[in-house]
Design a protein around this ligand. Structure first.
Ligand SMILES: NC(=O)c1ccc[n+]([C@@H]2O[C@H](COP(=O)([O-])OP(=O)(O)OC[C@H]3O[C@@H](n4cnc5c(N)ncnc54)[C@H](O)[C@@H]3O)[C@@H](O)[C@H]2O)c1
Length: 252
């Protein structure tokens, strides 16, 4: 991919304080994107920002929840104020809870659904008018193998939230395609981030690794490379797709 294709393109990345969001931010910054980093964890996005600003990248941060309409509006306005428009949105924010169905409270159900499904809707809705105006846009939704099958670690609310992202991907791709906007989903399997390390023990991780055709966890940087491709000109004819990256854990 030519750096000139990416230079100066404006990307919003949600959930960028750590894990895959931070890896996507580092890779996009290295390719010359201007970035607006979002997360509920203000300190975390500060640290992602300082890692990438030292390389000279143009970055702003906007803390807030993607599940809040007012926060999402403020985030998009901040990006437009700073950089003039938005070309790319990466809907990466998400939360995983391993609770079994009978134990999930209404509050926890909403919390998990809102971070992935409602957040994906609200952020997409706010950026699309800017993308339409310039006749070019890329929305990359970080769903999960959970959305294609069922979650390995999360409860039914996590599976439902990630499946909802795949539905949003297809439906918004259909509406937005004629305006030069593509919308695609990335479906990672088990990736080596805090989300996984905080949910299961290293012994359990080793057992999972042995069961995968490629016997290891995925790396956040590998997911970031796929997100970069989907955010570029190179992927212009791919839209409404759900792309697996899971070491062969799930084949369908
Ligand atoms: N790690 C995996 O194995 C895996 C696999 C498949 C999909 N995913 C998905 O990929 C995405 C990134 O996962 P990760 O492993 O890097 O997770 P992570 O927990 O390390 O990072 C997720 C980030 O999202 C932020 N966040 C959560 N709710 C938010 C909200 N409402 N608004 C803004 N920010 C919010 C968190 O603060 C955190 O910094 C998530 O959507 C996750 O569901 C992860």
């Amino acid at each position: 991919m030519k750096a000139s294709d990416c230079e100066g393109r404006v990307a919003i990345i949600t959930g960028a304080a750590r894990g895959m969001g931070a890896a996507i931010a580092r890779l996009f910054a290295a390719h010359g994107f201007y970035l607006c980093l979002n997360d509920v964890d203000e300190v975390g996005i500060g640290s992602t920002k300082s890692q990438i600003s030292s390389g000279g990248a143009r970055v702003i941060r906007q803390a807030g929840s993607v599940a809040s309409e007012s926060s999402v509006k403020a985030m998009v306005q901040a990006a437009v104020r700073e950089f003039g428009t938005v070309h790319i949105l990466v809907n990466n924010a998400g939360v995983l809870k391993p609770t079994r169905v009978e134990k999930i409270t209404e509050k926890e159900f909403d919390f998990v659904m809102n971070a992935s499904a409602k957040g994906c809707f609200l952020c997409s809705r706010e950026v699309i008018p800017h993308m339409k105006k310039q006749g070019w846009g890329r929305i990359v939704n970080i769903s999960s193998s959970a959305g294609r099958s069922t979650s390995t670690l999360g409860g039914c609310h996590y599976t439902a939230a990630k499946a909802a992202m795949l539905g949003l991907t297809r439906a918004i791709a259909k509406e937005a395609g004629p305006f030069g906007i593509t919308v695609n989903a990335v479906c990672p399997g088990l990736i080596d981030t805090e989300m996984v390390r905080h949910t299961i023990s290293s012994g359990q991780i080793k057992r999972f690794e042995k069961s995968f055709p490629i016997p290891r966890l995925g790396k956040p940087e590998e997911v970031a490379k796929l997100a970069l491709f989907l955010a570029s000109d190179e992927s212009a004819y791919i839209t409404g797709a759900s792309i697996d990256i899971n070491g062969g854990d799930l084949m369908m």
